[in-house]
Design a protein around this ligand. Structure first.
Ligand SMILES: [Zn+2]
Length: 376
């Protein structure tokens, strides 16, 4: 397919079409306050790039019926990778962040930087092999791979600075040797990016994405942009102590929020391995198990303490909860909302809801690192 090099004006038009799904040239011209010939020329470029289709006719009040231009989400694909302690999640998604295919792999233990690089490269190659064989999705080649990592990622120098739950630091990201153009990001930041990609916020609004899986991280978006901080550490609330916290953390401190609010903390008393433990816990909740209920209430008490720190520091318009614990569903967001609504200094609580991207938020957000470039 043609190279997806768009001008700023074409990107703006494509973003409008992504939201509106289909428009005539005159409708687009009116919404962008441009002339119809200018927009028609831009639409022609988008049609040539395969991003937009002009195949049906819109309603007309008489005379020649105008062309209707429809957004084509399958015109560009990207591969997203999420690295978790013990597991690698790999997927391919389209311009709507709809997943076409996903798979996961166990990471070798003990993990080293070299083993991690090899595993990520292997996962991406397997995904590309699936894409090459797939008949149903043979629309486009992926434009790149985004990799989310559970730690502090310096995207400018290309270094995984520290990842306490992978027991790694100072890993060069340029040596991953991936078969596609690669971009890297912290997992909570990637998830926050995916969330805002799907639902852009009005100017001036802020969002905190609380990603809860093996650890806890917060992705911060102000005014549509990720806030990384001066040393890429912004949002490491998982390693801020909560009142009364004593448990030792992999980061070297004690009492860190993630020791009480991570999936690992929630499932401490649930037997089994991997994703099956979370499933078993949710089943017990649905079956009104008193023990599961009690575990969840205590978990929410601790979760709420750290969330109060997030609200006090950031005071965001919206808090989105994502990651493995979102499998609990509305009871999670509702329980947190209730607790924050009676907590001193943070009431009235900001809007709290679950991520629409579910368990794939970080991998989809990593893929969005590439896809969003078409709209900026
Ligand atoms: Zn810690």
């Amino acid at each position: 397919m043609p190279a997806l090099q768009l001008t700023a004006a074409e990107s703006r038009l494509l973003e409008l079409l992504r939201r509106q799904r289909a428009l005539t040239a005159s409708e687009a011209a009116r919404l962008l306050a441009l002339s119809v010939p200018t927009v028609t020329a831009q639409l022609r470029s988008l049609v040539n790039a395969g991003l937009v289709r002009a195949d049906s006719y819109a309603e007309s009040s008489g005379g020649r019926r105008p062309l209707r231009y429809t957004f084509q989400p399958r015109a560009a694909l990207a591969v997203g990778v999420a690295v978790w302690p013990g597991t690698l999640q790999v997927l391919t998604c389209d311009l709507d962040l709809v997943t076409l295919h996903s798979c996961s792999f166990a990471l070798p233990a003990p993990l080293s930087a070299q083993r991690l690089r090899r595993a990520v490269a292997h996962g991406v190659e397997r995904e590309l092999a699936w894409l090459a064989q797939s008949q149903s999705t043979a629309a486009a080649d992926p434009i790149g791979v985004g990799v989310s990592l559970p730690g502090v990622v310096d995207t400018e120098r290309g270094v995984l600075v520290v990842a306490p739950n992978l027991f790694m630091s100072d890993v060069s990201l340029s040596e991953f040797g991936l078969p596609l153009a690669a971009l890297f990001e912290n997992e909570a930041n990637a998830a926050a990016l995916g969330e805002t990609y799907c639902r852009p916020r009005p100017r001036g609004e802020s969002l905190a994405f609380v990603s809860v899986s093996h650890g806890v991280g917060v992705g911060i978006v102000f005014d549509g942009r990720l806030h990384h901080g001066a040393s890429w550490r912004a949002g490491e609330f998982g390693h801020v102590a909560i009142p009364g916290g004593r448990r030792r953390c992999n980061c070297g401190r004690s009492g860190c929020w993630e020791q009480y609010a991570s999936q690992t903390a929630l499932l401490r008393r649930v037997r089994g391995r991997g994703a099956a433990r979370m499933e078993r816990f949710v089943q017990a909740l649905n079956a009104n198990s008193a023990a599961a209920d009690n575990s969840l209430e205590r978990y929410l008490d601790h979760f709420s303490l750290g969330l109060q720190n997030v609200v006090s520091c950031l005071d965001p318009d919206e808090i989105v909860i994502g990651g493995a614990v979102s499998a609990i569903g509305e009871r999670l967001s509702e329980g947190l909302r209730l607790r924050l609504s009676v907590a001193p200094m943070v009431s009235p609580a900001p809007l709290i809801r679950l991520s629409r991207l579910g368990l794939q938020a970080s991998a989809l957000g990593a893929a969005a690192l590439h896809l969003r470039r078409l709209f900026e």
